[in-house]
Design a protein around this ligand. Sequence first.
Ligand code: SAM
Ligand code: SF4
Ligand code: SF4
Length: 333
Amino acid sequence: MTLDRLGRELHDLRISITDRCNFRCAFCMPDGEDYQFFHREEILSFEEIKHFVKALIPLGVRKVRLTGGEPLLRRNVERLVSMLGELPLQDLSLTTNGFLLKEKAKSLKSAGLRRVTVSLHSLKDEVLSKLVGREVSVSHILEGIEEALRVGLTPVKVNVCVIRGVNDGEIVDMAHLFKRMGVVVRFIEFMDVGNLNRWSLEKVFSVKEMLRVLSEHFRLEPVAKSYRGEVAERYRHVDCGVEVGFIASVTQPFCGDCNRLRLTADGRLLTCLFAQEGHDVKSLIRSGAGEEEIRDFVRHLWQVREDRYSERRLELLKEGTLPKKMEMFKIGG
Ligand code: SAM
Ligand code: SF4
Ligand code: SF4
């Protein structure tokens, strides 16, 4: 078990495998900016990623999630899945915007992916298209979710980034739909990740407000956390048991339990989602470092970390000292 200075365990690894995306979500990668993407040679190869993950298992890493940008845009992502599937992990999952899921679900399942989380932020074509910066139909994403259910990438979860005045009026309809489909929907407070998404506290529709609205329509009961560091507050519908989750990263920060490490596609390690630039681990990997050397590097990083950005956000806002942060599409959530 590897603990940081505040006693938090290293357990969970998120790997962004590309910074490219076929969407331009307003809350992540607003359209019209001049984005600089990584060049091919800057990006870690599948062999390098596997070497890194394998090295971290003795430190406590048990769960790996692939993300991006849009991870399904990385060529041969199935090959990476099957390579990571050879490691003794408890969980191997992927977060996607769902656009390519219908065609890829089956091959991902065959490669050994356990489950997927699909991001879907509206049930109205017009709102969704505006939010993600391109024409897209809700039914196309829902077909991807149905295919994931059909091939057994379960439990399928759906992430909804809730923004006041944009989609907060849809949470009841979404809870109805996903209850019927047997899919766990997770409502996430709009976060101030990166520097470009015009975040403000006024746009945050809090989990408290979400629960108030939903409790007028559904009977929900709390579900105990399944492990320390689980970020979602879990509830279930009393009548059918389907779960609904809430992630209150802004209004009820959970830094005290944060057990997640993040690796960017170009090989930088972040001990916090709100980090400024991360730590270069690619040079180490490319210098031929063995597993022990990589472990020492990560163990040290983890042991000295003191991150608790979300707990300090309001104080920093008040002082006007919010730092410049890495963009969400480079990190992967
Ligand atoms: N492209 C994939 C997707 O959208 O699912 C994976 C990467 S995306 C950065 C990971 C998650 O972060 C998605 O569920 C997305 O909705 C969420 N996200 C992005 N920007 C956010 C923000 N500002 N606040 C809350 N969640 C956000
Ligand atoms: Fe949207 Fe995900 Fe792409 Fe960001 S990375 S723009 S959240 S689809
Ligand atoms: Fe972890 Fe940083 Fe989020 Fe706090 S703000 S929960 S330390 S990622």
